[in-house]
Design a binder for this molecule. Structure first.
Ligand SMILES: Cc1cc2nc3c(=O)[nH]c(=O)nc-3n(C[C@H](O)[C@H](O)[C@H](O)COP(=O)(O)OP(=O)(O)OC[C@H]3O[C@@H](n4cnc5c(N)ncnc54)[C@H](O)[C@@H]3O)c2cc1C
Length: 262
């Protein structure tokens, strides 16, 4: 890259500082970052952070009302992973670059009553932001521009999360708490390796979450025209859910965290 091109990119970047870090497992951690400049986003959108010129997209966990941006990150070990091994070395006080604008169209679709939010591990991140905002802000979501408006009290949220191991559910306590408190929120976690020692004591659902979605949605008995299915995270999970609902009247939205042939 020429010096001029590098300077142009730098000029488009702002910075942020890590203010808190929590390690969940050997390869999953959460960080909270404080942007140097005000940073606006919609629940479900992502920010782009960078270290040593390597930049990647991360969906935002926090609600826009929160002071800091919360991220939930899975480390892709070297030699495949590029940024995450560097992020994994960082602690409180470390500075990173931040693209000044959030991006993404994986946001709540306000014209639907039923929201089936399917994710794998870090793929639940956008749903946490959506739910936190929904619970904090009576003006959210803004009504849909077309179609019949759905009253806020008619929204129903179902978070379906799949992980290999039960210690990978980064937001299970929060989601279980929300599901206990609110009859319009349900949380359905499933582990795909139930017989392994790491899942000892697991009493919930078993199997890959993509294989459980149809059964779960079928039992709800929802009207497909009133239902949006969101899938986020692992590309194979997304492809399978998309295939199951192709040609139906359900609305389908997806956010792939990586491409399979990467
Ligand atoms: C819109 C969007 C939002 C995202 N949000 C998040 C998020 O909230 N949390 C998060 O951890 N990641 C998220 N990602 C993925 C993130 O951008 C990085 O790709 C990921 O952190 C790996 O970065 P890396 O530089 O270490 O590896 P890369 O250089 O990006 O990828 C190296 C290789 O690993 C594969 N790969 C990438 N991610 C994974 C993974 N998680 N598991 C297995 N293989 C993988 C890629 O296909 C590639 O072959 C998001 C991606 C997109 C496009």
């Amino acid at each position: 890259m020429t010096e001029a091109a590098s300077a142009r990119i730098k000029a488009r970047l702002t910075t942020c500082e890590i203010t808190r870090r929590e390690n969940l497992t050997h390869d999953l951690f959460k960080i909270w970052i404080k942007p140097a400049q005000p940073f606006m986003f919609k629940p479900g959108q992502y920010c782009t952070i960078g270290v040593e010129g390597i930049e990647r997209a991360y969906s935002i966990v926090s609600s826009p009302d929160e002071e800091e941006i919360e991220l939930f990150i899975e480390v892709v070990p070297p030699p495949d992973g590029n940024l995450t091994p560097l992020l994994d070395e960082l602690g409180v006080g470390a500075e990173m670059t931040l693209r000044p604008r959030a991006k993404g169209i994986f946001v709540l679709q306000p014209q639907y009553k039923h929201h089936i939010l399917v994710g794998t591990v870090t793929g639940t991140v956008p749903y946490i932001s959506i739910l936190r905002k929904f619970l904090n802000d009576p003006e959210y979501p803004a009504p849909a521009r077309d179609g019949d408006p759905v009253a806020r009290e008619d929204y129903r949220f179902h978070v379906l999360e799949g992980a290999s191991y039960m210690d990978e559910f980064g937001y299970d306590e929060e989601l279980t708490g929300l599901a206990n408190e609110h009859d319009f929120i349900e949380f359905y976690p499933s582990v795909s390796r139930p017989t392994e020692e790491r899942n000892a004591g697991w009493t919930g659902a078993e199997g890959r979450i993509n294989t459980l979605v149809e059964d779960y949605v079928g039992k709800l008995g929802v009207n497909p025209k009133e239902t949006c299915i969101y899938a986020c995270g692992h590309p194979q999970m997304i492809e399978d859910v998309a295939r199951r609902y192709a040609g139906t009247e359900f609305k389908f939205m997806e956010e792939r965290f990586w491409k399979e042939d990467d």
